[in-house]
Every structure is written in C-alpha cells, then in structure tokens.
Ligand binder design. Structure first.
Ligand code: PMP
Length: 360
C-alpha cells in the first residue's frame, strides 16, 4: 500500500489512524457483528456513536450551554437556504459580506427568500483583501450578519471574528472548522460541511444558539428546520450515519492529538512555511494580502502558466496530488487541512524549489 499527499480542497485527506480504525471496524463494530453502515440509526449502538461524537465536538470547541449541535445533510449549500428560512423571521433583510465565490453563492441563495444587504465587496481587488470593518455598510436591524470565514477557492480567511453587536453572527466555516480554537459564544449560527476538515461528504454540522430557534418561517422544510431537528436529535429522518461515525472518529483523533490549540499551532506553522516559500520566489505568487491568507487553502500561480501542466504532472510523479486550482481561478491550490502532515508541506516546498530551479 502506498499513500500519496492529497492536497484536495474537499472531499479531502483524513487522518490515517481514523481510516485504519474504520477499516478495522468495517465488518464488526465493537462486537455487534455489523458495520456501522448497516446499523439502524435508532438502535442502541448507533445512538451511542452519535451521542459520543456530539459530546466530543462540544468538548473540542468548548461549546457553551445554550447552543444546539446538529448533524444534518445537504452540505453547506443547503445551509445557504436554511439560514434565511430559519433566521429571517419578521426582519426585512439580512446583511452579508462578499469575500469570494462561496459568499456570492450564499448571497444568491438568500436572495431567493428575502432581501440581502451586501455590506462590502472584497473579492475583486488584487491582491484580494477583506474590506475593513469601518467601511461596512451594515444595517442595525438586519436579521443576521453572514460571512464566509474561509473562502476555499481563493484562500481568503478572516483573521478575526466580526463584531456585529446585537445582530446575530452567522458563519460558513466549511473549510476552516476545527482548524483552531473558536469562541462559539460570539455566534448565532455556525455551519460546516464535513468533507474538508472532519469527515466524508454528506454531513454538515450546524451549531445554533437557542434563542434563534423560534424564528423559523412556516415554510421551512422540516429537514432544515433547526428547532425540529434539535428536538429530534438530528434524526428527524435517517441521518448520514456513516459520515457521522467517521466524524466522531476524527473528533477522537483531534482529542488524542491534544485538541484545537495544538492544531492551530501546527496549521499556522504549515501555512507559514508554504507562504514563505511562495513569497521568497519570483516564480510563484499568492494573490491575497498577508493578513487575510488562509491557513487551510493556499492558492498560487506560476509566473508562466504554460508550465502549469508540467508542474502538475511532475508533482503527481512525486506523490503530490490534487494541486490543480479551482477551475474558476486556475493556477494551483494546496489544501493543507488538519490531516495533512507537516511532512506533506515539506515535500511540496521542496518540490516547488526544485521545479523553480529547473524552469525558473
Ligand atoms: N462553502 C464553502 C466555504 C465551501 O468550501 C463549500 C464547498 N467547497 C461550500 C460552501 C459548499 O459545500 P457543499 O458542497 O458541501 O454544499
């Protein structure tokens, strides 16, 4: 068996010990004689898996009392609609900041259900940046304020949590969730698809503050109705049970590794190394201002895009896979989630230097 370094943005690399444990438990989960995939979601065994995963996540993020933690389906894209359905209530509109492609998609979806006030646009500058909060045209009566904490495609990440006063803060954290400690008490809603930093596709974690549960519109589909799902322990219908189980194994792995403070240290170190390699060279370039650079997704372009195909082919020969940038921006992108070992970043940096030497 040989494993590559997988820099995919998602579905993405998972910790090897998690995959090994899942393989070990595949045919017979802890003496039940069944795979987790084959279990009734209402049975004792799966309910214990689900509850443990939830408890471990609460512990990892130190989620305070007064929040519900939901394990839903439909991806972050479903949440683009679920958020306005659940939170608009009697309000006229919601505030959104546009910092890139995923913000834009969230905005377009929300516009189908209510009025959206875009407080600022940060996606069109070169280098890309997050407009300072002093320039945001916010509405004090907004139903909520939505931002994408980390734009997976362009690698623009908020280095701070916006202060929105009494307006509930909502964040799409899909590609940065669990990359570092987080003060959950600052948020009304946090959502994240699992397939980047904590599991297989098909599962979305939603963390909702209790006082927001009563706002849902009557048209809210039941599967995305936060209050109904909370009352049903996220099992209003059949959940993504296997993905939930794997996410639980990832949470246990994170705890064994020392928790999110340790992850933050590692992630910062990995990202710093890669950005330093890019900045030191005349051959590679990252299009984001240093203070808004993502720890998780590092896009870069080569000075000569004619070399892109050769770069990717040679990287692949060196065991460095899925480095092609998103089709909308081109170039390269290295996603370096929690499960990417530092040795993977070292191997990439070494390959980049060698490639530059031969082609620069
Ligand atoms: N938001 C962000 C930040 C993402 O990176 C993605 C997936 N790439 C999405 C939303 C959409 O997620 P999903 O495909 O799970 O609906």
């Amino acid at each position: 068996m040989s494993r590559i370094y997988n820099f995919s943005a998602g579905p993405a690399i998972l910790p090897e010990p998690v995959l090994e444990q899942a393989a070990h438990e595949m045919l017979d989960w802890q003496g039940t004689g069944m795979s987790v995939m084959e279990m009734s979601h209402r049975g004792k065994a799966f309910v214990s898996i689900a509850e443990q995963a939830q408890a471990d996540l609460i512990e990892l993020l130190a989620i305070p009392d007064g929040y519900q933690v939901l394990f839903l389906q439909g991806g972050a894209t479903a949440q683009f609609a679920a958020v306005p359905f659940n939170l608009l209530g009697d309000h006229q509109s919601a505030d959104y900041i546009n910092t890139g492609s995923w913000s834009k998609k969230a905005i377009a979806e929300a516009r189908q259900y209510g009025d959206v006030n875009v407080v600022a646009e940060g996606a069109n500058t070169d280098p890309m940046a997050i407009p300072p909060q002093s320039e945001w045209k916010t509405n004090a009566n907004a139903a909520y304020f939505h931002y994408c904490a980390n734009e997976t495609i362009t690698g623009v990440e908020f280095p701070y949590i916006p202060d929105t006063g009494d307006v509930p803060l909502v964040s799409d954290m899909s590609s940065t969730f669990l990359s570092r400690p987080l003060d959950v008490s600052k948020f009304g809603v946090i959502y994240a698809g699992a397939q980047k930093n904590f599991g297989p596709a098909g599962l979305t974690v939603v963390i909702v503050r209790d006082d927001l549960l009563a706002r849902a519109s009557e048209q809210t589909p039941s599967v995305w109705h936060y209050q109904r799902q909370a009352q049903a322990d996220s099992m209003l219908n059949t959940p993504a049970s296997y993905s939930w189980y794997i996410a639980g194994l990832v949470f246990q792995w994170l705890k064994r590794e020392g928790g999110l403070a340790v992850m933050a240290e590692r992630n910062e170190r990995k990202a710093t190394k890669l950005y330093a390699a890019i900045d030191q060279s005349e051959f590679y370039r990252n299009p984001v201002v240093p203070e808004a650079r993502s720890w998780m997704n590092v896009p870069f372009v080569l000075a000569d895009d004619q070399l892109d195909a050769t770069f990717l082919a040679e990287a692949s020969n060196a065991g460095l896979e899925t480095l092609k940038g998103h089709r909308s921006v081109g170039g390269m992108r290295a996603s370096i989630y929690n499960a990417m070992p530092e040795s993977g970043v070292d191997a990439l940096v070494e390959f980049m230097a060698d490639f530059e030497q031969r082609n620069g």
